[in-house]
Design a protein around this ligand. Structure first.
Ligand SMILES: [Zn+2]
Ligand SMILES: [Zn+2]
Length: 362
């Protein structure tokens, strides 16, 4: 076993290629994981279409939402809860911050550590090669924290927790408690929006409103806890959308707005927030959006997050396991593909045909 198959971006906007990539020697403390599932994220599509603002150097194995089974460990490892990790365990694993820079050690904000490692953008022709999730195997560097996946959580849901769901958990962490009289408005009906609906409902919001499209995604939003949804494709006038939110909040606007669509949605979302409310901006992209500062709600709080800390991976997996009877998490992943069908899967994500596409490994 010297190499394995991987879906590689060799040129922007060109079909991905299935290539043979070396399986590396393990450093002490590193693991080799046989992939069970890899879910695709909007960022994978953006990176495929063109270099992200952070810059990418090709070739790159696409994908950063992995769940796999431990095949080999170099030395003894424990998981995030202190339990031993063994060959055969199904796991997800966190990104790694440097631990010694200003952000890591003084500000205690490791997600903005400049030396932080993450997956799906590393060159596949340089050691340790296998740092993207659309491959038969993945390399887990020694500093990664390991989270075991309980039997009741599917591999594809666990994979989605490795970016989409743990990001939502980080967002709620920053947001602080949601009170029982509060209305949470979510902009976006993708995996983050729908997962956020479930978490908002679970955390005790009085009502969860969600604005998104298309209708098929909104049907999932409702099963995931949204009390009322508004279809962007049928309500095209922003004033009508504002009136909808105000009508459901005694004219005030939402107590909390969570933006998980794109930068363009921020300006509209701010007009739907009540004075003194909290705005959590998660949805990204590189488009420029303008905000009229003079019209911001008075005494509001604006929060952004980046990625997540290791505990949020654990919280996401734990939420999937412990709330599985309440929310149909499997409905969030609408289509599964083989590794060979990577171009079909990426195209489906790019066209918003699916809520989330998963690559399954035999
Ligand atoms: Zn992602
Ligand atoms: Zn650091």
């Amino acid at each position: 076993m010297n190499d394995c198959r991987a879906a590689v971006i060799t040129a922007h906007n060109q079909p991905l290629e299935i290539l043979s990539v070396p399986i590396p020697e393990l450093e002490p403390g590193a693991l080799l994981v046989r992939m069970e599932a890899s879910t695709l994220c909007g960022t994978d599509v953006h990176r495929w279409h063109g270099p992200l603002p952070s810059g990418d150097s090709l070739p790159v194995i696409t994908g950063h939402e992995p769940c796999g089974t431990v095949e080999e460990i170099n030395g003894a490892r424990t998981d995030i809860l202190g339990n031993p990790v063994s060959v055969g365990d199904r796991i997800v694993w966190s990104y790694v911050a440097c631990g010694s820079c200003y952000y890591c050690s003084v500000a205690l904000q490791p997600c903005i550590c400049p030396g932080r490692a993450s997956w799906g953008h590393n060159r596949s022709d340089e050691y340790p090669y296998l740092l993207g999730s659309c491959a038969e195997y993945m390399y887990v560097p020694p500093p990664c924290l390991i989270i075991k996946v309980p039997e009741e959580v599917s591999s594809q849901s666990a994979a989605a927790s490795a970016c989409a769901y743990r990001t939502v958990m980080h967002g709620f962490d920053r947001l602080g408690p949601v009170k029982s009289h509060e209305t949470v408005l979510i902009q976006g009906s993708g995996p983050l929006g729908n997962f956020a609906a479930a978490v908002a409902k679970d955390h005790g919001a009085k009502q969860v409103l969600l604005i998104g499209a298309p209708a098929a995604r909104l049907a999932v939003s409702q099963r995931m806890g949204a009390d009322a949804v508004l279809d962007l494709e049928s309500v095209t006038d922003p004033q009508d959308r504002r009136d909808w939110v105000r009508g459901l909040t005694a004219g005030r606007g939402a107590d909390v707005v969570i933006q998980v669509a794109n930068n363009q949605a921020v300006a509209e979302g701010l007009t739907m927030l009540r004075a003194g409310g909290r705005f959590l901006d998660i949805g990204g992209g590189s488009e420029k959006a303008e905000i009229d500062v003079a019209r911001l709600p008075k005494e509001m709080t604006y929060m952004t997050i980046r990625s997540a800390e290791p505990r949020h991976w654990l919280q996401a997996i734990d939420f999937l396991a412990s709330r599985r009877d309440r929310f149909p998490f499997e409905d969030m992943i609408s289509e599964s593909y083989e590794l060979d069908q990577i171009n079909e899967a990426m195209a489906a994500m790019a066209s918003y045909k699916v809520v989330k596409a998963a690559i399954k490994f035999a």
